[in-house]
Write a protein that binds this ligand. Structure first.
Ligand code: ADP
Ligand code: ZN
Length: 739
């Protein structure tokens, strides 16, 4: 990564009233604008509101005025917001993240200001505390209220909380207020989170765990930057270990951040944090309310939040003294933001930590090849937890050779797999059937004319969802009712589903095991994260015999009764041209298999495959992970692709198909800035999905050597072209998926 372009003039840290200063706004203007400091002046980094045309917009005092605009014409900032100014290290982080991802600064600032009502005065709520007078008449109910308040010393409660804790009606509390025995006051809503107590680990760590904890706590205590890959099979105690690193960070008075890939998982995790540290941490993800979001943002900035558990965007919270970032399941693809700003939270965590002197822990059972290679190269420390905790052992893995199973075309569960499932169900254990395909059938085909029903706006087939009774486009979300007649030939009653989705698999399971209790886990079947969580808990409690799931089941859930995993189509991820196909398949299969036998009972994973001798399938079965990674690394090194080369994807999109190809061809022709750094340009070619939401998509791929200064060259290259108004250009550095 390039060092931050530091402005040597940036020594001013305060602008007195009437002095000009440069303000970065969240408006897409690309540069800072000059304004005069308002009454009372403003600090460097202050959040301000500034006039822009007829509007007022949010900004940050970014540095000295650039002076190009005559001072007499400058407008004054409207006001300084009541929020802690952005710290220097955060500005540096945003600048360097923008440079790396080629994102305009205003978009970066938007990421860093995703708190509603940032400029509003703190909202208030009514709270109740112990008053200084005794009530004139004491009742049993009143005594209970006073006892609660005395127990908690200075603490203040809302009316509802206090009444509930005392087990009385709100009227009782109000009666005490009238008497002066309880004080009613207004208090800011954004209160600090309850303090966490680092304490001691509640479990006796194994030797291997203790050694890992020792290394991590020492690293955290050093106060310097460093990244550790914490690799351990599912259930080996990675969480247990990194929570000790969090404890050390809290002991040192610094803040910690734990990133999780899937918000549906946070409830289980929050409960675990609460058990370990005595209180709940702050949460940051799309599932929290506006009020919580605002409180979290403010308290992180003011030091009233010691630990944040969140999704990738939590990286842009205004931490005051961040000491540790944990990226759990670091290989997870959801860490790569795929709309708006294209950043990989794992890489940005490392960047942020390196700027503020924090430690990073990347935890995974199946690390990304990038992290594995960084550890091999000695850039990251590596800690291994090799054994599952307690009795649990890794499941045995076997292939089912589908070529010899001779299954009819409308069945997907082989006899071998069905027998294994039956044995588990009869023994009172659970079996999981894994198929990474939502819906009923991936293709709907007309048996009269061969037409496949596609989306009107995308080059994608519509997927039948029987549960919703509709066809759904998984690209754009468009839905339509299942037609009676073929939209192409008009023949009635000949439309047929082709291939399985989880809903169709559920039908087969119901036919094969009519007496079994079956649950389907697929993200689209649940209206809310809460409903999904309830279902997961029901399964963990044993309320199902057979679970059918998409990849959401692969992620860290604990199903103690689960002893068999059947992978319906282990070959699915091996198709396609994605350079990470092998890595993804390997990770997913091992994660899914890791669901089996988490307690005392040994697990078995059966993989249905038509190509059991495929190197990836063989590596999965043999469990020789290091051999797999080494082979995969060798192939990528040979091809000069990440992590042994640099890549950037450019996607041009427009409703006008001619325009995207014209611009794409012009870009390919005039690639001098890229050639100068030895980079190659491929394309333009139609993107794998050539049309999404009515926009035609064309893609160029840039490949360069590992050390090449690709960002600067890309910026120079792109700046040569004037793009038509309706044409969008998106740059994706280190693209993760090709669509
Ligand atoms: P991972 O994060 O690697 O999947 P966890 O930290 O969740 O592993 O550990 C798996 C289970 O084993 C958890 O229920 C955890 O509490 C338990 N566990 C791990 N290490 C110990 C230990 N040393 N003593 C007691 N329980 C442990
Ligand atoms: Zn569509």
């Amino acid at each position: 990564m390039r060092p931050a372009p530091r402005n040597p003039e940036m020594h001013v840290s305060f602008f007195a009233e009437g002095e000009p200063a440069g303000v970065l706004t969240t408006e897409p203007l690309g540069k800072t604008l000059d304004y005069l400091a308002p009454a009372g002046g403003c600090a460097l980094g202050a959040f301000v509101e500034v006039p822009l045309g007829p509007r007022r917009v949010l900004g940050v005092v970014w540095g000295e005025a650039d002076g190009r605009f005559p001072r007499e014409k400058l407008r004054a900032m409207a006001r300084v917001l009541d929020a802690a100014p952005m710290r220097e290290e955060m500005r540096e982080f945003l600048i360097r993240a923008a440079d790396y991802t080629l994102t305009p600064m205003p978009s970066m600032l938007r990421l860093a200001t995703r708190s509603p009502g940032l400029g509003d005065p703190p909202s208030m709520r009514t709270v109740y505390r112990l008053g200084d007078r005794a009530p004139d008449r004491m009742t049993e109910a009143r005594e209970k209220v006073i006892a609660v308040l005395e127990d908690f010393g200075e603490a203040a409660f809302t009316l509802g909380e206090l009444a509930e804790m005392a087990g009385v009606s709100a009227g009782v509390v109000k009666g005490l207020v009238a008497q002066g025995a309880v004080r009613e006051e207004a208090s800011p809503r954004d209160v600090p989170y309850p303090p966490l107590s680092p304490g001691r680990a509640e479990v006796a760590l194994t030797e291997e765990q203790a050694a890992a904890v020792g290394v991590l706590t020492e690293a955290v205590a050093s106060g310097a930057y460093g990244t550790t890959l914490l690799k351990g099979v599912t259930g080996s105690g990675k969480t247990e270990v990194y929570l000790e690193a969090v404890a050390e960070c809290l002991r040192g008075g610094r803040q910690a951040l734990v990133l999780l890939p899937e918000i549906a998982l946070t409830a289980e995790f929050l409960a675990r944090v609460e058990r370990r540290f005595g209180a709940r941490p702050a949460e940051w993800h799309s599932g929290i309310t506006m009020t919580e979001r605002r409180r979290c943002w403010r308290m992180v900035g003011e030091g009233g939040a010691q630990l944040v558990v969140g999704a990738r965007s939590a990286l842009f919270l205004p931490f005051r003294e961040l000491g540790l970032i944990v990226v759990d399941e670091e290989h997870d693809t959801s860490y790569k933001q795929e709309d708006g700003v294209l950043y990989n939270a794992r890489d940005m965590a490392v960047l942020r930590a390196s700027i503020c002197g924090a430690q990073v822990v990347l935890a995974s059972a199946t690390p990304s090849l990038e992290s594995w290679a960084n550890a091999e190269a000695g850039k990251y420390r590596r800690l291994d937890l090799t054994a599952r905790f307690g009795e649990a052992v890794m499941p045995e893995m076997r292939a089912i050779d589908m070529r010899v199973e001779s299954l009819p075309a409308t069945r997907w569960i082989s006899d071998t797999l069905a027998r294994a499932v039956r044995a588990r169900v009869e023994a009172g254990e659970q079996a999981l059937l894994f198929l990474n395909r939502r819906g009923y059938a991936p293709v709907t085909l007309c048996r009269a004319c061969g037409h496949q029903i596609g989306c009107d706006h995308c080059d994608a087939r519509m997927v039948e969802h029987r549960f919703l009774k509709r066809l759904v486009c998984h690209q754009c979300g468009e839905t339509k009712p299942m037609p009676e007649k073929c939209p192409a030939c008009g023949v009635e009653g000949r439309l047929a589903p082709v291939g399985p989705g989880v809903e169709r698999l559920a039908e087969e399971v119901a036919a094969l095991f009519p007496e079994a209790r079956v649950k389907v886990l697929s993200s689209d079947l649940f209206g809310s994260a809460r409903a999904l969580k309830a279902e997961i808990e029901a399964i963990a409690a044993g309320e199902a015999d057979i679970i059918i799931g998409t990849q959401i089941v692969a992620k860290g859930h604990n199903f103690p009764l689960l002893t068999l995993v059947g992978v319906i189509d282990a070959d699915l991820g091996l198709q396609g041209s994605d350079l990470r196909a092998a890595e993804r398949t390997f990770q997913l299969m091992r994660q899914v298999a890791g669901r089996a036998g988490r307690r005392e009972k040994p697990g078995l994973a059966l993989l249905q495959t038509y190509q059991p001798e495929h190197p990836v399938i063989r590596a999965i079965l043999s469990g020789e992970e290091e051999a797999f990674w080494r082979a995969e690394a060798e192939e990528r090194r040979h091809a000069g692709v990440p992590p042994y080369g640099r890549m950037a994807g450019i996607v041009l999109s427009s409703p006008d198909v001619q325009a995207v190809f014209d611009v794409g061809s012009a870009m390919a022709r005039r690639a001098e800035p890229l050639r100068r750094i030895g980079a190659e340009v491929y394309g333009p070619a139609p993107a794998p999905i050539a049309r999404i939401r009515g926009r035609h998509r064309v893609r160029l791929l840039v490949k360069a050597a590992k050390g090449a200064p690709i960002q600067g060259a890309l910026a120079e290259w792109i700046a040569q072209f004037k793009l038509p108004a309706n044409l969008r250009l998106a740059v994706d550095i280190d693209p993760q998926s090709f669509y």
